[in-house]
Design a protein around this ligand. Structure first.
Ligand SMILES: [Zn+2]
Length: 388
């Protein structure tokens, strides 16, 4: 079974090309380059930067915070913050409190939390005096969901968790009558995950589960289009990416979080969750030739935190490192023998295009979506990433 644990060598295919500005390359199947060799995702970054200019960041932040406070007046909470114990979400929670907001922290426990993550969440919420609402997944049900995406042989195998978090945040916001979900994502430091690497919608979620899983989902709501439209247009729930309004430097943030909240780093982007660690450090590079470090490094190049040369050197110095004990633990926890896993791992890679999704509809409705994004009813990245 040794071979299964070893990611394949990243070979330079015929026609290989790397963006002249960042480190995204033709391992991203939906990438394109302009005449200067600058990629689609650098263009998305520039468009987002035009919409969130650094020069007006402080004023924009004051306006959005004032609006959140006004809309939440008289309610127990004025915003929802999803927390994972990771850097971005913990810092979002800290920022929310420092800005005088009254957040409710929401955590979805998919059964794979590391001890560090659990401890980080407890320390942050208790030190900041924030109520914590935790939704614990039914393990058998969630295991079936994760197995179904792995059996489907798609690179979006972390979608059960991402989708569940998204759903739990919207459901909680709707139930509590809260209009704002503060999101710990920033295009400046995390980048935009390529659509061929990560795709997510309710129709896709159901399509994969129907074909490769069993039973129904009870731990959280699978949000189909009507419910999303209801949340966006009737309940007027908005996502706010708070970190896009501040100068977010990861090293400085780590120091602040450690000093103020006793926060502890867990050794890799999103590695606070053991399944994500298994998925990101081992499955994606080994089976799909996807190295997610490229997304984050590219974002840091674009926002001037590192040079392209440093990023290339980091990527070429070593492949994505993974922990063999985490891989063995994950396979066993998912209820597979190494022989079972060998067969699943060796299935031909597929993509969201092999399943039913909302993507054709999103592209058909791109102009109404563009208008809704311009009016800030929907996040603009939705249009840029999926519909443009
Ligand atoms: Zn680029």
């Amino acid at each position: 079974m040794e071979t299964t644990f070893k990611p394949v060598e990243t070979t330079l295919q015929t026609g290989y090309r790397r963006c002249s500005r960042c480190v995204l390359d033709t391992t991203v199947s939906d990438i394109w380059f302009d005449e200067k060799g600058v990629c689609k995702y650098c263009h998305i970054h520039d468009e987002m930067d035009r919409r969130h200019p650094v020069e007006t960041m402080d004023d924009d932040l004051k306006k959005i915070v004032a609006r959140i406070k006004k809309d939440g007046a008289g309610k127990p909470y004025d915003c929802i913050v999803g927390v994972s114990g990771g850097r971005d979400s913990t810092y979002t929670l800290l920022m929310a409190k420092k800005l005088g907001l009254r957040p409710l922290a929401v955590h979805f426990d998919n059964g794979w939390n590391s001890e560090i993550a659990v401890s980080n969440i407890k320390k942050a919420t208790s030190l900041l005096g924030v109520d914590l609402h935790t939704v614990v997944a039914d393990w058998e049900e969630f295991k079936d969901l994760q197995r179904s995406f792995l059996k489907a042989s798609v690179p979006d195998a972390d979608i059960p968790t991402d989708y569940a978090i998204y759903s739990v945040l919207y459901e909680t916001a709707a139930r509590e009558g809260v209009g704002y979900i503060l999101n710990g994502h920033s295009f400046r430091t995390e980048g935009t995950s390529p659509i061929s690497w990560t795709y997510m919608d309710g129709r896709y979620f159901k399509s994969v589960h129907r074909k490769h899983g069993s039973g129904s989902v009870r731990s959280f709501k699978v949000m189909m289009l009507p419910y999303l439209l209801y949340c966006s247009f009737v309940r007027r729930i908005r996502e706010v990416r708070l970190l896009e309004y501040v100068d977010y430097n990861k090293k400085k943030v780590d120091e602040v979080l450690g000093r103020e909240l006793g926060w502890v780093y867990y050794g890799g982007h999103h590695h606070e969750n053991l399944y994500t660690k298994f998925f990101q450090s081992y499955l994606l590079p080994g089976k799909f030739n996807i190295d997610k470090r490229k997304t984050e490094l590219s974002a840091l190049i674009r926002s001037g935190q590192i040079s392209r040369e440093e990023a290339v050197a980091e990527l070429e110095a070593s492949p994505y490192e993974y922990d063999r004990s985490v891989v063995a633990y994950a396979i066993s926890k998912l209820g597979w023998t190494l022989e079972d896993w060998e067969e699943i791992f060796n299935r031909s890679p597929r993509s969201h295009q092999d399943f039913q999704t909302y993507l054709p509809l999103i592209r058909f409705l791109r102009w109404p979506i563009k208008v809704a994004c311009s009016l800030k009813i929907l996040p603009h990245i939705l249009y840029l990433k999926y519909a443009s």
